[in-house]
Design a protein around this ligand. Sequence first.
Ligand SMILES: Nc1ncnc2c1ncn2[C@@H]1O[C@H](COP(=O)(O)OP(=O)(O)O)[C@@H](O)[C@H]1O
Ligand SMILES: [Mg+2]
Length: 379
Amino acid sequence: MKVIGLISGTSMDGITAALVDISGEDELKVDLLQYKTKPYPDELKNLLMNLTEGGNVESLCRANFKVGEQFAKAAQEIIESSGRNPKLIGSHGQTVCHLPPADDREETFTLQIGEPDVVAERTGIKTVADFRVRDIAAGGGGAPLIPYVDFKLFQSDCTHRASINLGGIANVTYLPAGGTLDDVIAFDTGPANMILDQLVRDLTGGEKEFDRGGNMASRGMVRDDLLSWLMDHPFIEKPPPKTTGRKHFGKKFSQRVLQKGRELELKDRDLLATVTAFSAESLIYNMDKHLGPIDELIIAGGGTKNDALVGELTDRTDQPIKTTGNFGIPAEAKEALGFAILAYETHHGRPSNVPGATGARKLVQLGKISPAGGEKSEN
Ligand SMILES: Nc1ncnc2c1ncn2[C@@H]1O[C@H](COP(=O)(O)OP(=O)(O)O)[C@@H](O)[C@H]1O
Ligand SMILES: [Mg+2]
């Protein structure tokens, strides 16, 4: 069955759409047919960034419909360019708020926007969305959800693997050789690009959105004093399961990092080099601390294009670092492909959370369904 997966991650760089051919039940056969990232219009990106730092109900409602229209367009564009006729859409939407579980409070909540009824109406295709909330209702953190996908794609009988996503946030899924879904360990390890992107925006007066190729960081030197200050962030020591996002590593934290850098009299390029090293250090530190043996790392996400970040990772591990591209899945497309798989499972009435990763009490089916039909079917 042809399925479209749609996601915009915490980086808010744009919506990635992946058209995927999926078949099978226990063992899935997954072929990526096409993918494309559609950047958000600047105005919408600004609206969303501001929303995550605080906003009102009206701007949230507005954003929900605007993002829905953009997600619908991203789906329509890939349908048109592929000439295919997919039967299902899995839309992660855009996270605007996520409060992960914590020992000192009872609340956990999350909100992904991008109205799925708009996506279903514009495309005429059954759309599964709102994947995270059922896991939270079942006592979990609603994240991470990609571990199920990692297990389906990369589980091996003889190789211990760590599948890592370098998006705004860095996360790892540990797949011990010969393990079952119950053996999977997964959690967020800290930032990947989030602080970096914000610093680059601030340091260039908004001219640049990210450190292309890691070029700016590559020219700098890592400063141990700032690095150890960063490693003192309480999230790094927190034991898994754990998830994070803009609440920990968003604009406010970036401002503190910038201020600390100024206090320590770092040059801009040294600041970026150190923050890049922090992403790698926090990732490897957490992996060493909480995971068993690893034979290979498989990385995905936009951070794979940051040579400085990949270099810092390479310096800190003896194991080979592959990308999902080595397995036929371009690094930028993996998460979108993942939500196509999760929608496929929901469509077939199967659960797809990983209780060991989210902390949920049980397996649950994920997502809510906006039925097919809509304006396309009337034409
Ligand atoms: N050519 C590149 N060089 C360096 N970094 C890049 C490049 N392309 C993308 N990135 C980084 O990857 C981020 C987007 O990665 P992505 O996997 O889409 O994350 P998310 O899931 O958080 O949206 C960008 O914000 C940027 O930091
Ligand atoms: Mg993205």
